[in-house]
Ligand binder design. Structure first.
Ligand code: DGL
Length: 260
């Protein structure tokens, strides 16, 4: 494993760019290969068997790209498939659940909310990781949000109405923090904030996993020592749609390749 080999980052679509954005802040010198499985989005209503197939297809692709590690920028796969497949690969595969739960455990709170896809909620992965530490997790699956974000709709009255519907029951439970348990959701932060929530209220797994990635690379002596890294992007359907959508969330991306 060479230090300048890329880090693979994947999600069902543009959502994982919220993770890449945070990782780039703490590890700007690394090389990255981002894969957005835009042909198969959304992942959140798929079965574990389907999700496992998607995960293996992407990890096999990363293997051909000689990645030094993979950051799973998808809560749905982190919660459902990574533990099933990780032994088949000789590179480290980091998910989002552990770094996020490790952070939540350090908070002095009793109740936390989780918004996530149906598959993440059904897995109970966050509850199982957090509740033994005396913090109750109130979960809400939000099946409509991913499609809206994939279509570039993040801050309209329609989005705000849907968010109110999802968030009000959690608010009534007296939650003290909210885990944005799907990587598409950080792009909704301006809309959520306009409903009266402030920045301190959010737990963003993208940030927790960025630091976990850095710690892992330091521990394994795998940091890239070059001055500036590069990002390559792959999607499994329209490159144009991805570029257009990514522009407002992430910035201009010029070269996106197709891999089905
Ligand atoms: N962004 C992904 C997640 O964090 C998947 C969303 C989806 O495709 O349903 O769960």
């Amino acid at each position: 494993m060479k230090n300048n080999n890329p880090i693979g980052v994947f999600d069902s679509g543009v959502g994982g760019l919220s993770v890449l954005k945070e990782v780039l802040k703490v590890l700007p010198n690394e090389n990255y290969i981002y894969f957005g499985d835009t042909l198969r989005v959304p992942y959140g209503d798929k079965s574990i068997e389907e999700l496992t197939e998607c995960t293996i297809r992407i990890l096999d692709f990363f293997k051909t790209q000689n990645v030094k590690m993979v950051l799973v920028a998808c809560n749905t796969c982190s919660a459902n498939t990574i533990n099933l497949v990780k032994d088949q690969y000789d590179f480290e595969i980091l998910g989002l659940i552990k770094p996020t739960s490790d952070y939540v455990k350090t908070l002095n709170i009793k109740k936390i909310g989780l918004i996530a896809t149906t598959a993440t909620v059904n897995s109970q992965a966050y509850s199982l990781a957090i509740e033994p530490y005396g913090i109750t997790v109130f979960q809400k699956s939000c099946p409509e949000l991913v499609k809206l974000v994939e279509n570039g709709e993040t801050n309209t009255p329609h989005v705000k109405n849907i968010l109110c519907e999802y968030l009000n029951p959690l608010k009534e439970r007296g939650i003290e923090k909210l885990i944005l348990g799907c990587t598409h959701y950080p792009f909704l932060i301006p809309a959520i904030k306009s409903l009266g929530f402030d920045n301190n209220f959010f737990v963003n797994p993208a940030i927790c996993s960025a630091y976990a990635t850095k710690n892992f690379l330091i521990e394994k002596n795998l940091l890239n020592m070059q001055k500036k890294g590069k990002c390559e992007f792959f999607v499994s359907s329209s490159q144009e749609d991805f570029i257009k959508n990514a522009k407002s969330f992430f910035g201009q991306i010029n070269n996106v390749k197709l891999y089905k």
